[in-house]
Design a protein around this ligand. Structure first.
Ligand code: NAD
Ligand code: TYD
Length: 339
């Protein structure tokens, strides 16, 4: 594999993936297509922007002529599709961009790949398409899709389109579904960077509902290694789940963060629950372990400490984001709840 196209490479996971791939494969070159929404940040790849093996093309995945101009060059061995609207709370405020990018954008890519005979396609999806678990059990690749938020519904719709293209057109796609990622370069609307930033500034940490909802945390680089394994070894039409085997309630994680940051529990503020809040996510990743020879390598203890250290040493990165439209969103979103 010599040249791949990545969509959404200026976001959290895409930027980590591009950096890791360029480091891992000295012969590989990458074209990154990203429309730079509020979540896309060129600073996430500032260290590699001069690389001769990296090219950035600003554009929207819903724009067929634009996508055709990239995939039509004939030198693309695979496309790895990350670009999405990715935040559940935003999808509750306004679902439209989620359907536009996550569903229509995916369809545009599928059609462009088909017409240019792109040999390989990876759909980066989420465990949230499976819905919510009770106290017992795990999501497997056979778990029926039962999305509960507009975000997860749009991701499930995209997965269904990919599945239908495999079935109908022998389209060479694999789908990956992963649990909650953490690590460097995550946009500070998501739990971990938001709470690290708030705690360091002695601001409240808004815990939704009782804080007893459970998430399974995986380091972003473990996820990226899984996507790479699915890209290279995954069987067409198959789904691969990735998880970190680190289930934790939100309140336990919040307390742990405060302890590691040496801040008081009094910063915890219980706020109105997220509507339709999924209770528990937990992943069975036995299939990826046996068929892709993949397993998570980074312990939560080590990964979390490194992540905290990263946000502390990259304060400018977060400050630059917070001076943008994020603070307006944050005030609208949490102002009322915190009162
Ligand atoms: P992110 O919000 O940090 O980044 C999304 C990127 O996509 C941004 O750079 C944005 O500019 C770009 N983008 C959005 N709409 C676009 C469009 N129409 N055209 C071109 N580019 C566009 O998201 P993330 O957390 O890095 O997630 C990446 C993918 O991984 C998503 O598909 C998400 O559903 C999936 N995923 C995320 C997690 C997680 O924990 N963050 C877990 C599992 C799966
Ligand atoms: P989030 O990072 O938004 O990921 P997702 O909703 O995709 O799992 O949230 C992780 C968990 O943290 C989720 O259960 C919602 C909760 N949460 C809070 O309690 N407070 C917050 O301010 C945020 C952003 C999330």
């Amino acid at each position: 594999m010599n040249h791949i196209v990545v969509t959404g490479g200026c976001g959290f996971i895409g930027s980590n993936f591009i950096r890791l791939m360029l480091e891992t494969y000295p012969e590989l070159s990458i074209t990154n297509i990203d429309s730079l929404t509020y979540a896309g940040n060129l600073a996430n790849l500032a260290d590699i922007q001069e690389s001769k093996r990296y090219q950035f093309q600003k554009g929207d995945i819903c724009d067929r002529p634009f996508v055709d101009s990239i995939l039509g060059k004939g030198n693309v061995d695979a496309i790895v599709h990350f670009a999405a609207e990715s935040h559940v709370d935003r999808s509750i405020l306004d679902s439209t961009p989620f359907v536009t990018t996550n569903v229509n954008g995916t369809l545009t890519l599928l059609d462009s790949c088909r017409s240019h005979e792109t040999p390989r396609y990876v759909q980066v999806s989420t465990d949230e398409v499976y819905g919510s678990l009770g106290d017992e059990g795990f999501f497997t690749e056979e778990t029926p899709l039962a999305p509960n938020s507009p975000y997860s519904a749009s991701k499930a719709a995209a997965d269904m389109l990919v599945r239908s293209y495999v079935h109908t057109f022998d389209f060479p796609a694999v789908i990956t579904r992963c649990s909650n990622n953490y690590g460097a370069y995550q946009f500070p609307e998501k739990l971990l960077p938001l709470f690290i930033s708030n705690a360091r500034n002695d601001q409240s940490l808004p815990v939704y509902g009782t804080g007893e909802n459970v998430r399974d945390w995986i380091h972003v680089l473990d996820h990226c290694r899984g996507i790479d394994a699915a890209l290279r070894q995954g069987k067409v039409g198959e789904v691969y789940n990735f998880g970190g085997r680190t289930e934790m309630t939100n309140i336990a994680l919040t307390r742990l963060l405060l302890k590691l940051l040496d801040k008081p529990d009094s910063l915890i503020k219980y706020v109105t629950d997220r509507p339709g809040h999924d209770q528990r996510y937990a992943i069975d990743c036995a299939k990826a372990e046996s068929e892709l020879n993949w397993s998570p390598q980074i312990s939560f203890e080590q990964g979390l400490q490194e992540t905290i250290d990263w946000y502390i040493s990259n304060e400018e990165w977060i400050k630059n984001i917070q001076s943008g439209d994020y603070m307006t969103y944050y005030d609208q979103q949490y102002g009322g709840r915190l009162a």
